[in-house]
Design a protein around this ligand. Sequence first.
Ligand SMILES: Cc1cc2nc3c(=O)[nH]c(=O)nc-3n(C[C@H](O)[C@H](O)[C@H](O)COP(=O)(O)OP(=O)(O)OC[C@H]3O[C@@H](n4cnc5c(N)ncnc54)[C@H](O)[C@@H]3O)c2cc1C
Length: 248
Amino acid sequence: MEVNIRHARAGVTIAVDGLAELRELEWHDGHVRIGAGLNLTEIERRLDGRIPLMAEWFPQFASRLIRNSATLGGNIGTASPIGDSPPTLLALDASLILASREGEREVALADFFRGYRQTELRDGELIRAVKIPLPLAPITGFYKYAKRRFDDISSVAVGIALELESDNVRRIRIGLGGVAATPIRALKAEEALAGKPWTKRNVREAARVMGQEGTPLSDHRASADYRAAMLEQALLKFFFEKSEVVRG
Ligand SMILES: Cc1cc2nc3c(=O)[nH]c(=O)nc-3n(C[C@H](O)[C@H](O)[C@H](O)COP(=O)(O)OP(=O)(O)OC[C@H]3O[C@@H](n4cnc5c(N)ncnc54)[C@H](O)[C@@H]3O)c2cc1C
């Protein structure tokens, strides 16, 4: 995008997807660490379905051609409000390992986006890795609404990760793209569900709350009303498609 659209010509260009330090994928006791320089195909193959939310998301990202080249760090680094990795990773409660000559620091992804295409990154800092806490929430879903089925950017994207305890919501994380200047968490909908029985009635109420999250705009991709309606639909879809199956 920098070169094609903004016609930027840097004096020195570093292919960060070639840096060994950005290409690690490691499983640890409490988390998995995914190198920001790995492309999405590489991550998909190396995870091999072990993070089901990401496994559901990968095929919905552009096309194989793009996934063969687009790195996870690049998708986060563009800080696009309609990038697909942030809603997925926000639902997984991910944090970022940022590295520079001064050392490393960890920033929650939820705190990384500061404004439209603005991030926490300081001069000389790179996203080295994405850290996803384990164990993973057992019920997850990714919902992408776009004009075309493939090779298209989202109008709205929603990632959801849910953990139930005796049919009550123990923890739910919902990441949203396309409804604000940055990717955001659906904090009001999460709060509306926390600790409550996971019932059709409660989910319907929370879906109405979710339809009011963010500050969606009307543009060439979708109207603000459509975006709000799709937020509501995504939570309902998740309830009927995912949790009904799990709950039998
Ligand atoms: C046909 C097509 C379809 C697409 N469909 C989708 C889609 O479905 N969903 C979606 O989300 N996007 C989509 N995109 C957008 C694109 O795929 C992403 O923006 C891509 O992930 C960028 O990754 P990259 O590795 O090429 O990053 P680059 O373009 O190289 O970098 C993007 C930005 O991030 C910065 N950056 C790169 N790596 C790092 C790092 N490690 N640390 C800090 N900053 C870094 C760069 O400096 C630059 O500012 C599509 C693009 C095309 C052309």
